[in-house]
Design a protein around this ligand. Structure first.
Ligand SMILES: Cc1ncc(C[n+]2csc(CCOP(=O)(O)OP(=O)(O)O)c2C)c(N)n1
Ligand SMILES: [Mg+2]
Length: 738
């Protein structure tokens, strides 16, 4: 279908021919290519010509996207039309400046690619549109703007979710240097992060901008250029006129720059000023570009349904491609005929390429699609000796450990201390982890040992904490963030779900954000704190592809599993969630007061990822459990033994990947399985364990006990909804047929 904006360009430029010049008043000046394209601008005519080429390329990519779509060959039509001025933002930056871009960044992408030899950006974008495996960043998994050699980190399409990471990247540039850690970004790099005018309202954006300012306020270097491409609308919802300027035009600690994004010279000058300001001051700035959105939100969007026709047509005059052509003609750098020729030549070039890639091969099997996820996990499993053929750990409490007397909290503390000592790139941070040493003392003393540059308190914002980890991870650092309570992971979970876990997938592992996210959670704190301190739901992380979920229960495992997670993050870029059972942090006894049965020594090795640990060899039933469930089950097992029932208790330890082989082997050994799950009945871990037994065609009987589908109340009422030892015991007795 012909696009009016396409015809408008040709008609408008041709009409200049009839008039002589675009503006009868403007004299055509003939000066050299290195002279300014317009009086008072720093943009030279030759640079403007090069940027015009990028803008033309971007425009014709948008047209080609619709052409491919119309033939059933293309899968993505959100375009950059009206935003091609961002080519001048790329020109104001260096190709080594890390960029996290809005989805309307065709101009930026092509202009940056032109700064470095060796890429074929038109072809790359087209390969993305047709979901081709040859596409160089995502390998056919998504249409993103990204390329490793151009320092462009691909983004998901969740609005504003990339801003917290951008803050983390900006933070890491100086921090990595301070720690003498190799960082992919130069010392004087500027991080650039762009987004739309509707996106700026997202709490993720508001939080990230606040975090950048909060850091800079304290003198922490924060070389971050926010670019708001303000086309005045988000799909069909208008941004109130003046809203972005009123919100960000006068903020202490956030330098504001603005430009007409349709005017290449104006955009270049403002962007250069902003980039220079950030580069020298190492503080955040906000570049506000007024743009237009041409051709609707996407190819599928019929904007005539919600915008008057005259308003849509009025935007044509602000078409940045047209305006650059007019600028170059006014300047005498192009004739009208040359401008039209370039426009048509670019169309031909792009359409020819589009035709060539239209039938490019796509990912053809689940294994191919998932390779970045499965390879990451497989590498991690392999490295820690968790692969098939290795037995799961078994044995008595404290076996294989050095010394004794460690609680879970002390064991984690010691493992973190070791990680800080052996990995100079490791950082431990979160709310209250520094001076206080954590709410439960788990990080106590680490700041004085490793220094405040490596162990530090953050502001109170879980999205910011995880964003810092995401940015640090792509900047050569090894982040170990803490989420103070599991309940507070949920308001920031997308930073793990949508950002952390997807990066390797959407970049074919060219970008990695290793991290070990420590989360204090689960119930059983004797009624103290209610739901928010006893949250027992991990459904929100259990289904995230590629995530490693460690759930240690005992001190020796906690340390060994922390080691394994650090190794997996470091070597294979794994995103690890390390669930710490608060109720067991300081537990000492197992069966009787003073028996010290829950203390252990410090293990010599890392735990095998994806392998369980079995206690006892009872032949009557197998209890499959984890976390607090392990301690309850071991206590129940002793009572069962006294009643003549032999149980073996399997601590799953890893909730992802589940220890499938160990589950099956230990289940088959008794033929009767009791799944003991302290998380909720719905969405709880037990669902996965039972499904695993079914999938493996386990022939025996299976019973599951779990906590109720409830939030956890205060006081003794908590015990009414949490799984209890009594429930476990009676289910076990029933199952054993006694
Ligand atoms: C968190 C989230 N919510 C909703 C959407 C759906 N969505 C995609 S684009 C968009 C509008 C964005 O507008 P703006 O930020 O102004 O960018 P523009 O498209 O105008 O350039 C919306 C609501 C999304 N991608 N992410
Ligand atoms: Mg918008």
């Amino acid at each position: 279908m012909a696009e009016p904006i396409d015809d408008n360009f040709t008609a408008s430029i041709s009409s200049i021919s009839a008039m002589g010049t675009i503006s009868a008043m403007a004299p055509v000046t003939h000066r050299g290519p290195s002279d300014p394209v317009r009086e008072g601008s720093a943009l030279t005519a030759s640079d403007a010509l090069a940027l015009f080429d990028a803008q033309l390329g971007s425009r014709h990519l948008d047209l080609a996207a619709r052409w491919l779509r119309a033939q059933g060959k293309g899968y993505y039509t959100i375009g950059s039309s009206g935003h091609e001025g961002n080519a001048a933002v790329a020109a104001a930056l260096r190709p080594t400046d890390p960029a996290l871009l809005h989805y309307r960044s065709g101009g930026f992408f092509l202009a940056r690619a032109a700064q470095i030899a060796g890429s074929d950006p038109l072809r790359d974008v087209l390969l993305g549109l047709v979901a081709a495996t040859d596409e160089p960043i995502s390998g056919g998994r998504h249409k993103v703007f990204g390329r490793h050699d151009l320092s462009i980190i691909p983004q998901t399409s969740t609005i504003a979710s990339h801003l917290p990471r951008a803050v983390g990247v900006a933070f890491s540039i100086a921090r990595a240097r301070k720690l003498d850690v190799d960082c992919p970004w130069p010392e004087d790099a500027v991080t650039v992060c762009s987004f739309g005018d509707a996106s700026v309202n997202h709490s993720t954006a508001v939080g990230a901008i606040n975090t950048a300012m909060h850091s800079a306020y304290q003198g922490v270097p924060m070389p971050l250029l926010f670019v708001c491409e303000d086309n005045g609308i988000g799909i069909s919802t208008r941004t109130p006129r003046g809203w972005v300027a009123s919100g960000y035009g006068h903020r202490d600690g956030l330098q504001y720059f603005h430009a007409d994004g349709s005017d290449l010279a104006d955009t270049f000058d403002a962007a250069s000023g902003a980039a220079q300001w950030v580069r020298t001051h190492r503080r955040p700035a906000f570049l506000h570009l007024r743009t237009v959105r041409l051709m609707g939100h996407a190819g599928s969007d019929y904007e005539q349904a919600y915008r008057p026709a005259d308003e849509i047509a009025a935007d044509y005059a602000r078409d940045p491609v047209l305006r650059t052509a007019q600028l170059l003609i006014d300047r005498g750098a192009l004739t009208v005929a040359e401008a039209l020729d370039r426009y048509e030549a670019k169309r031909d070039e792009v359409i020819k390429l589009a035709g060539e890639v239209a039938d490019a091969a796509q990912l053809a099997s689940a294994a191919e699609v998932m390779a970045p996820l499965t390879d990451t996990v497989a590498e991690a499993v392999q490295m820690t000796g968790g692969g098939a053929g290795n037995a799961g750990d078994s044995g008595n409490l404290g076996d294989g450990a050095e010394g004794s007397g460690l609680t879970v909290a002390l064991a984690i503390n010691r493992a973190l201390g070791d990680a800080l000592a052996s990995h100079p790139e490791a950082l431990v941070f979160g709310e209250d982890v520094g001076r206080k040493g954590g709410v439960y003392g788990v990080t106590r003393g680490l700041q004085s040992k490793a220094g405040p540059a490596r162990v530090f308190d953050t502001l109170l914002d879980e999205q910011a904490i995880l964003g810092l980890a995401l940015g640090a991870g792509v900047s050569g650092l090894l982040p170990i963030p803490e989420i103070q309570y599991l309940a507070y992971l949920h308001n920031a979970a997308d930073q793990i779900r949508g950002e952390g876990a997807t990066l390797q997938f959407f970049s074919d592992r060219q970008y990695r954000n290793p991290m070990v996210v420590r989360v204090a959670g689960y119930g059983y704190q004797k009624g103290f704190g209610g739901h928010f301190h006893n949250d027992n739901s991990i459904a929100a992380i259990r289904d995230i592809p590629g995530l490693l979920i460690a759930s240690p229960a005992r001190p020796d495992d906690a340390a060994a599993m922390m080691r394994a997670c650090i190794a997996a993050a470091h070597s294979s870029g794994a995103v690890c969630v390390f669930l710490e059972p608060i109720a067991l942090y300081h537990t000492r006894d197992l069966h009787d007061d003073g028996d010290d049965g829950w203390l252990a020594g410090y293990p010599a090795a890392a735990a095998a990822i994806g392998r369980a640990r079995t206690y006892g060899d009872g032949g009557d039933l197998t209890i499959l459990t984890f976390g607090n469930g392990l301690r309850m089950s071991l206590r129940v097992a002793r009572r069962l033994e006294h009643a003549g029932i032999g149980a073996r208790v399997v601590d799953l330890r890893w909730l992802a990947p589940l220890p499938v082989d160990d589950i099956l082997r230990e289940s088959v050994a008794t033929g009767r399985v009791l799944v003991v799950d302290e998380t909720r009945s719905t969405g709880g871990v037990g669902e996965a364990v039972v499904a695993c037994l079914v999938a493996q065609r386990f022939p025996g009987s299976v019973v599951r006990v779990a906590s109720h589908d409830s939030f956890i109340p205060l006081g003794d009422a908590a015990l009414r909804v949490l799984l209890s030892e009594e429930t476990i015991e009676s289910a076990a007795v029933d199952l054993a047929g006694r």
